[in-house]
Design a protein around this ligand. Structure first.
Ligand code: ZN
Length: 858
């Protein structure tokens, strides 16, 4: 299905931008036709200093191509992905009349029919390169254009784009044609169209200097009762106040609509003036403080992009971090500076950075500034390095140059590069000018090497006093095996137990540069029970606790009163578990012992998820059943002990529901919860479906019961949850059919793919999927070629047989690991993006086998 020329390379993009300057792009979309395709007419005006070029377009039919008044033969000039244009003049006008295909995978123009009321909802999602599924365009960020959209759609629909509508006229047959104001210069992937009978809440934000920005919050009509628009708008106004003042560049896009859309592949997308979000942020069920914090963070992340990314745009995807790391940093920074979520850095330290540490230890990791030769590689780059590590590195930069210089640099960057495309050098130039420091060496070590450093404290003591305290740095680039030592501005905290509380007795800020750094100020201090290297989480490094600190942490982590150091200690314990230095069972013991003391809902949510991963992946097979029961029983006790109606109660209820999936004996208790016997616990759809899915996975629920639950929750989300529960039923035929359906291109929507994979990956009965392992490896190349990259990614990861038991031998000789190695050897010529995913799955498997071995050897 994919044309060979679909995977645009960096070299081709550079060639085009060297010879082209795009002026305007006019797009008309006709959404009045059938449910499969839509009409699209694009007219592009551009200057050229070359004789030939091509537009990108992915769609079923190109009907006409008119270049400078001459008709080109579509059969000759359109190859399925590109429309070849020749001969060019100095100034050119090209019009392409075509039909595009509606998407069901969330890429391009996605079409969704709400099962509640039969209404149709459309939205676009393009990054990195799917605007070509809707319009004929130069699909690369640095060829910016002024876009003018017009859309013909059923009259009752609301139609939105990046700019406000400037005209609307009936065109017969119950249709309306809406025309939008031209955009400022914009990259193609940032354009957007949203259409359908969306529920629309309006407001206005006004800056102190009189800028008026109309605000909109939208969702499907059937979700309107759940939309807390006031809360969304409060964060929105707080964010606009903050950025308007901090960036000293007026909000550049006129209006600001935020649309919650169905079957969305990501958290949100920063289309200027028309941001799209996943509907999961419209809370249909009870939500914890952590969930509200996460939504606020995303709102502020996307809003930061109105400047970082939309106004100043990375030239090519190697510099994706220029916008994503900044937006990620700003999400937390602005949460603290401008909203009620003043604890946002705790969640960042514990959750967001766990993502970065995990990714940065894979053999496929990359420097923050990546080498992205083509669009398939670009697609893989929206990862824990680009987002979380990049943001953590910026946090370290703030500790290094100071927050004032950092924001001053950002302001220069916007001022100098507004509406243009940028590179690393542009940003460094602005930061160097603002800080007066040469950042060349800093950037080389932090942005152009890969991997995470390990930091460890060493205490030498005499007579209860510190004689010498040193911080040891060790770092290797996982790609090359070469050592990497970075400069870290960080804090070292000393903690002592007093009356059952672990209090900080001293804090030293030091510059760690080489392999060993003295903490001179600590000499003579009382020997601490716990040393926290990177206290306050200023730098990015994996912290390994010294022996005494590790023992204190396991016994007393809940006794640290402040959330930040507590979350850092939890993070160190989790990294130790993943690294096979701490038996997974000990991690579980700590979570069950100290979970009740965890007041931060983000951290507690993470602890319960990690505990489950520890049990399912890292506990040795002979102990697994016992540890599953221990987790399940522990979650149940915490659920019963938590205050009625509290976040803790909800988090433990979800943890219990998840744990039931591998503990059939707990089915009775799950049914008690479903019967409403836990006082104060909101029995809303999310929790009910979680219980039903786990009951299904253990074979303790039947189809009739799942159907009855669907009748009770006859919504789009209900249908997806129902599919996930059905897919979890422990029957060989269910797995077999799931695999066949998943491999059939276009058989399922993106959300249905996820739901089916959730059922397929249930770990209680690995014997059901074991016979399908060979089919998986045999299908990899075909599935990569036949599915869109978004869906193919999920299939490669979700179908991988990653739940395996360690034997006595070398983990690399485990049959599935060895089979994966053989596939990699036999498929050296497979697309790099596919190989990257398979390499990562093998690495996750090897890690789990090593951790199991560590638990056995105990
Ligand atoms: Zn972003």
């Amino acid at each position: 299905m994919s044309a060979a020329t679909q995977n645009l390379t960096r070299a081709e993009a550079q060639e085009r931008s060297a010879h082209l300057r795009v002026a305007t792009t006019q797009v008309h979309l006709d959404l009045a036709g059938d449910a499969e395709t839509f009409g699209t007419t694009t007219t592009v005006t551009f200057e050229a200093t070359t004789g030939a070029t091509f537009l990108d377009f992915l769609g079923p039919v190109v009907e006409r191509v008119v270049l400078n008044g001459a008709e080109l033969d579509p059969a000759a000039c359109f190859d399925g992905a590109r429309i070849h244009l020749a001969p060019l003049a100095a100034e050119n006008v090209v019009t392409v009349v075509a039909r595009g295909a509606y998407s069901r995978s969330g890429e391009g123009l996605h079409r969704f029919v709400d099962p509640v009321d039969g209404q149709t909802y459309l939205y676009t999602q393009y990054e990195p390169a799917d605007s070509r599924r809707v319009l004929a365009t130069f699909e690369q960020p640095d060829l910016k254009s002024r876009f003018t959209f017009s859309v013909t759609a059923p009259a009752p629909w609301l139609v939105l784009s990046n700019q406000p509508a400037v005209g609307s006229e009936p065109v017969g047959d119950g249709l309306t044609r809406t025309t939008f104001a031209p955009t400022p210069p914009l990259s193609s992937y940032l354009t957007a169209v949203v259409a359908g009978p969306y529920h629309h809440v309006r407001d206005v934000w006004e800056s102190p200097d009189g800028l008026r920005v109309p605000l909109g919050v939208l969702c499907r009509a059937s979700l309107a009762p759940h939309l807390d628009a006031d809360r969304v708008l409060t964060v929105t106004r707080q964010g606009l106040d903050f950025y308007h003042s901090a960036f000293a560049f007026p909000y550049p896009w006129g209006k600001y609509d935020q649309v919650f859309v169905p079957e969305y592949n990501l958290g949100a997308m920063e289309n200027p003036g028309c941001v799209t979000f996943t509907e999961r942020y419209v809370f249909r069920s009870a939500a914890t403080r952590h969930q509200y914090q996460g939504r606020a963070n995303t709102i502020l992340h996307e809003m930061a992009h109105m400047w970082f990314g939309d106004l100043a745009t990375p030239r090519w995807w190697d510099d994706l971090w220029l916008k994503e790391s900044f937006a990620d940093y700003m999400g937390s920074h602005a949460s603290v500076a401008a909203t009620e979520h003043t604890d946002a850095w705790v969640a960042f330290a514990n959750r967001r950075k766990a993502w970065a540490y995990t990714q940065d230890q894979l053999p496929t990791t990359h420097p923050v500034v990546a080498d992205i030769p083509d669009l398939e590689a670009a697609k893989q780059n929206f990862d824990g390095i680009t987002y979380a590590k990049g943001a953590a590195v910026l946090k370290q930069l703030v500790a290094y140059v100071g927050v004032e210089a950092f924001f001053d640099g950002a302001r220069r960057y916007f001022r100098d590069h507004a509406y243009a495309a940028t590179t690393l050098a542009d940003l460094l130039g602005a930061l160097e000018a603002a800080s007066g420091r040469n950042l060349g060496e800093w950037a080389r070590l932090w942005l152009q090497t890969a991997g995470t450093a390990e930091l460890r404290a060493q205490v030498e003591a005499r007579d209860g006093r510190i004689e010498r305290l040193t911080v040891h740095q060790r770092g290797t680039d996982p790609r090359t095996g070469s050592p990497v030592l970075r400069p870290h501005r960080l804090a070292v905290g000393l903690y002592g137990l007093a009356d059952g509380v672990l209090v900080r007795t001293a804090r030293y800020e030091v510059d760690v540069t080489g392999a060993v750094t003295e903490v001179a100020g600590a000499v003579g201090a009382p020997v601490p029970d716990l040393v926290v290297v990177n206290d306050d989480d200023l730098t990015y490094a994996k912290v390994v606790l010294d022996e005494r600190s590790a023992a204190t942490a396991l016994a007393h982590v809940g006794a640290i009163p402040d959330a930040m150091p507590r979350s850092l200690v939890w993070s160190a314990l989790w990294n130790a578990t993943r690294d096979a230095r701490l038996p997974a069972a000990d991690y579980l013991t700590a979570v069950l012992a100290h979970g009740a003391a965890e007041s931060d809902t983000a951290v507690l949510t993470g602890l319960t998820a990690n505990a489950r991963t520890a049990v399912e992946r890292y506990v040795p097979a002979p102990r697994r059943r016992h540890e599953r029961e221990r987790l399940c029983a522990g979650a149940w006790e915490h659920l019963r002990a938590a205050a009625p109606g509290s976040d803790d109660q909800l988090i433990w209820a979800r943890a219990f529901a998840a744990a039931v999936a591998t503990v059939p004996a707990a089915a009775g208790r799950a049914r008690e919860v479903l019967a409403g016997t836990v006082p104060g616990l909101p029995l809303d759809p999310e929790l009910r479906w979680a219980m039903w899915q786990s009951l299904a996975a253990t074979g303790c629920a039947n189809r009739a019961e799942l159907d009855a639950e669907l009748a009770r929750d006859a919504t789009a989300d209900g249908a997806t949850r129902h599919l996930a529960a059905l897919s979890a039923l422990p029957e060989p035929q269910v797995r077999e059919t799931a695999l066949e359906t998943l491999l059939l291109p276009g058989a399922l929507t993106n959300d249905q793919v996820d739901a089916t994979l959730e059922g397929y990956g249930q770990p209680l009965h690995p014997e059901l999927t074991a016979p399908l392992t060979e089919r998986y490896f045999a299908a990899l190349r075909t599935l990569w070629a036949e599915h869109s990259i978004e869906i193919a990614d999920r299939l490669v990861q979700g179908l991988y047989p990653g739940h395996q038991d360690a034997g006595d031998g070398d983990p690399a000789d485990h049959p599935v690991a060895a089979r994966t190695t053989r596939w990699l050897e036999d498929n050296a010529d497979a697309p790099a993006a596919l190989r990257r995913l398979v390499l990562e799955e093998r690495d996750h498997l090897l890690r789990s086998l090593r951790a199991q071995r560590a638990g056995q050897d105990r």
